[in-house]
Each structure stands twice: as C-alpha cells, then as structure tokens.
Ligand binder design. Structure first.
Ligand SMILES: Nc1ncnc2c1ncn2[C@@H]1O[C@H](COP(=O)(O)OP(=O)(O)OP(=O)(O)O)[C@@H](O)[C@H]1O
Ligand SMILES: [Mg+2]
Length: 374
C-alpha cells in the first residue's frame, strides 16, 4: 500500500513541546521510504530493513541512531511484529522501552499514537471502545455514537497498537487482549451487521511495555503471556556508548529549550561515571559502594544533564559544571528512601573526594556535598 502523503504541520503542532516520533523524524522516514525497495509485509509502511535503519541509524541516508546498544534485539523485535504474536518489551525503568516502542510503531505504521497508557484504573472500554453518551441517548447504539479505542482503531486501520505499562493494569482487564490477539477480531455486540465485528487489517499487532520494578510480569495471566514474545531491554553498560547517547540527547533537548551551548565533555564524563558507579555498586577504581534504591538509568542521566545545563545557562549564563550536576543528582537520588542520602554521602566521601584531586569538575561536585547535609 503506498504511504499517504503527510500534511504540512499546523502552527500548534510546530509549537508543541513534544511531538510523536513520526513527526519529529518525518524527513528521515520519507528518505527511508523513498530508498526502500526491499520486500515489506502487508500493511507496513516500510520494509523490515528500513525499520531497522530508522531505529539504529543509516549514515548513507542521514538517518540518525536513536536506540543505542543491542541491535540484535531491535531485529528480533521487528521479526516479532511481523509474526502473529505480540511483542512485550520488559526491563528496568528508563531503559528506553517506551522510546523503542514508539520508534517501531512510527516506522511500521507511520503512527505511534494508537496507544493505551496502562494504569491501575484502566478500564476495558478505554482499550476497546466506548460511547458518546449524548449521541447514545439521542440515537441509540449506532456507529456514529461509538468512540473507537486504540485496539478498535488498530484492528480497523492495520496499525501497531502500543500498550504502555501493561502490567500496571488489573490482570482481568489485561485479559481483554487475549481474544483480540488470538482471534484477531473484536466483537461489538451493541451494533448490527458488519459493524458488530471488527476484523484485523494487515499490519495490526500489539506492542506492549512493562516495567520490572513497579509490578512485575508475574501477575499477568499465562494465557496472555503466551500471546506475547518477551524481549528484555537492558541498560546501556558500555560507558563510551552511554557518553555518546547522553551528549547527543542533551544537545537535542537543549536546542529545543532554546539553549545553544552543549554539555561540556568533562561534565558528560562525570555524569556517566557517577551514574555507572552508583548503578553498579562499584567505582571505576574498584571501590565498593552501596547502591541507592532510586532508579539511576540512562534516562535519569540525560534528565540530570539537561537540567544542569538549563540551571547554568539561565542563572549564570555559562556552561554546566560539576556543581550544577550535583544539585540535580541530589534531587534524582533522594526520593522516597532516606537511606539513599547516607549512601550518596558515602559515595562523595570515598570516591568523589579522591577524584577531586585529579579534576576540576570532580572538585566542583565535591564542593556541593554540603547540600546533602541540609
Ligand atoms: N539504549 C538506549 N538508547 C537510547 N536512549 C536510551 C537508551 N537507554 C535509555 N535511554 C534514554 O531513556 C529515555 C527513554 O526512556 P523511556 O521512557 O523510553 O524508558 P522506559 O524503559 O520506558 O522507562 P519506564 O519503565 O520508566 O517507562 C530516552 O529518551 C533516552 O534518553
Ligand atoms: Mg516506559
């Protein structure tokens, strides 16, 4: 099916603070589609190869890398989306599960917004369909009164339906997916004739994400688990790769915030080392550290870097230093567990103090330790 031309973005879209991946990367998607002569599954806007290039980058088409780390995982995800099983991305918080899911849906379907945001209060009508009550009262259950939920839309239009944080939803509500995923159809008993049955159009599949911290996958019914292929997304463990990622993503965020200075290299290095030390429980020099319970993923490192640069730019008119990182780091680590404060103080005393002798940024980080005692 030829891809539909995308209309020019409207003024509110241009002014939005965050856009879906298919709009952010519309040019890249158009270049990939134009150069794409490989076979593509029915209902897909790009071939599997082009989908992979969109996620992991293709310098020959000026397509940037967006997901860093395991390229084989990306290929397995694409294969699952072609199959008749759903894809469930599981992993620790902040490992880019949602980002990967959005990128895959944008490349495969050209639309990443057909999404259920799972919460403990999600109901089955938010997943499948509900009614416009004014129309329902006026004309009874008619197709016009039906409000299509993400699953209804995805089945009818042949899209990838994203289901974020599926395990936060009550298990009996999660099970709404079982019928849809096995029979590839949805019954709407209130309607008559053809409207009473929505059949899946090619391109339909379900791409869910689940966080292993809040509520693991153990509460998910075995029947539903069987309908998914599970892929575990792991944190980036290579420090150099993490530094590149932090540098690129903070630069992008800063540009969007109207700040033209990037995060200095020695500050990126400090961020990567601090996060990796605290996350793994052992410093680069081999010193054992107590790991805080707060989530210290790459996503948090990017957020700390971005906020530190904003702080430095708007309050001091200069680039971020170790002192700005320290302020943000404290807010990221000290959340709900008072013991994390003691662990961070210990890290400052045994690791940062030694490194302060060798570098300016480490010295600035150490100076901010007193804020921990407030
Ligand atoms: N391997 C990676 N490649 C690219 N970005 C990454 C990677 N790991 C983490 N990130 C960072 O994480 C951010 C996205 O995190 P995202 O919200 O997708 O994580 P998540 O796994 O869905 O977390 P949660 O479980 O809390 O929902 C990205 O914007 C990026 O800054
Ligand atoms: Mg997520």
């Amino acid at each position: 099916m030829p891809a539909k031309p995308r209309p020019e973005p409207s003024a509110p879209v241009r002014a939005a603070i965050r856009l879906p991946a298919e709009l952010v990367h519309a040019d890249e998607l158009a270049r990939l589609a134009a150069a794409d002569d490989a076979d593509r599954p029915e209902g897909w806007r790009l071939s599997p190869r082009a989908v992979r290039s969109f996620v992991v980058g293709d310098p020959s088409l000026e397509v940037s890398r967006k997901f860093y780390g395991d390229d084989a995982l990306v290929e397995r995800c694409i294969v699952t989306l072609m199959s008749n099983r759903g894809l469930l991305l599981v992993g620790e918080p902040g490992t880019a599960k949602s980002m990967l899911s959005e990128l895959l849906a944008a490349a495969v379907s050209g639309d990443s917004t057909c999404t259920v945001q799972g919460t403990s209060g999600t109901t089955d009508d938010q997943i499948t369909y509900s009614w416009n009550y004014a129309l329902l009262l006026a004309e009874g259950p008619t197709p016009r009164a039906l409000v299509r939920g993400p699953v209804h839309r995805a089945l009818g239009e042949g899209l990838v339906c994203r289901f974020e944080e599926v395990t936060r939803v009550q298990p009996e509500i999660q099970d709404t997916l079982i019928g849809v995923m096995s029979d590839k159809m949805l019954h709407v008993p209130e309607l008559d004739g053809d409207d009473a049955l929505v059949l899946a159009t090619p391109g339909f599949n379900v791409l869910a994400t689940a966080n292993l911290r809040d509520r693991g996958v153990h509460e998910m019914s075995s029947a539903l688990k069987r309908r998914f292929n599970f892929e575990t997304v792991r944190p980036v463990s290579d420090r150099r790769l993490e530094a590149t990622l932090i540098k690129e993503q903070t630069a992008e965020l800063l540009a969007r915030s109207g700040v033209d200075s990037a995060l200095p290299d020695d500050v990126v290095e400090l961020l990567v080392s601090t996060f990796a030390d605290l996350r793994t429980g052992v410093s680069e020099e081999g010193t054992a550290i107590e790991r805080p319970s707060a989530v210290l993923s790459t996503a948090e490192a990017v957020a700390v870097g971005h906020a530190a640069a904003l702080d430095a730019h708007f309050f001091e008119g200069g680039p971020a230093t170790g002192a700005h990182v320290a302020r943000q780091l404290i807010g990221t680590v000290l959340k709900d567990n008072p013991e994390d404060g003691a662990k961070l103080r210990h890290y400052f005393d045994v690791v940062v103090k030694k490194r302060a002798k060798r570098g300016n940024q480490w010295h600035k980080l150490l100076e901010a330790r007193r804020e921990l005692d407030r």
